[in-house]
Design a protein around this ligand. Structure first.
Ligand SMILES: Nc1ncnc2c1ncn2[C@@H]1O[C@H](COP(=O)(O)OP(=O)(O)OP(=O)(O)O)[C@@H](O)[C@H]1O
Length: 190
């Protein structure tokens, strides 16, 4: 049975949003793609552009943790209404990881590692020009720490199409996923 939510976790420029879009097209059921950028891009436009460039945001009311928490709190609402989701972010902090998995507890979730050699991610980052320089390098050692995965892809060695084909095949055939529950238990133990 297909999961209710597919979590794509990886550093910036690893290819998460490209993979999410490709995966949507391959799955036999409708999945909404709802990434952290859907929330962040609803900031005032000039602040969103500052964030993309890695510049500080000084407007009163801005708080990173509140935005991330808001993203996490949206997820049970979308799921409870009956939607299936593909979500993505580079979850780097333990508290953010714990908060996400707490919100998803009770839903059938699959955790997917979107791996990519940081050197390759850095080249993509420079080429796209809409991400702060050095973001991928900062996230790379943090993003995969502290949790387990059900599935892995590597966009540094494989094309997005090949990664999406492999994921779709595994998602359709497998029936039991445990990484979300195991990871939350470990994070709660400290
Ligand atoms: N396997 C790949 N081969 C070549 N280019 C890729 C591959 N995966 C992603 N890219 C390219 O890398 C860039 C970043 O991809 P994408 O926006 O999907 O990454 P992301 O992980 O969602 O990034 P962010 O977290 O910063 O939003 C895009 O230009 C995309 O075309």
């Amino acid at each position: 049975m297909l999961p209710q939510v597919i979590v794509l976790n990886g550093c910036s420029s690893a290819g998460k949003s490209s993979l999410a879009r490709a995966l949507q097209e391959r799955l036999p059921e409708q999945y909404l793609y709802f990434g952290i950028d859907h929330v962040l891009s609803s900031l005032p436009q000039s602040d969103w552009l500052r964030m993309c460039r890695g510049e500080p945001i000084t407007r009163s009311g801005y708080d990173w943790a509140t935005l991330v928490r808001g993203y996490h709190y949206c997820l049970p609402g979308l799921l409870q209404a009956g939607n299936r989701l593909i979500i993505d972010n580079g979850w780097c902090e333990r508290d953010e990881k714990r908060e996400l998995l707490t919100e998803l507890a009770g839903y059938a979730a699959v955790l997917v590692a979107v791996r990519c050699d940081p050197a390759i991610a850095a080249v993509r980052e420079a080429a796209r020009g809409d991400r702060a320089s050095g973001l991928a390098a900062w996230e790379a050692p943090r993003v995969h720490a502290d949790w387990d995965y059900d599935l892995d892809v590597d966009t540094g060695t494989d094309s997005i199409a090949d990664c999406a084909d492999a994921l779709a095949a595994r998602l359709v055939e497998a029936r039991y996923w445990r990484a979300a529950a195991d990871s939350l238990e470990r994070l709660n133990l400290g």
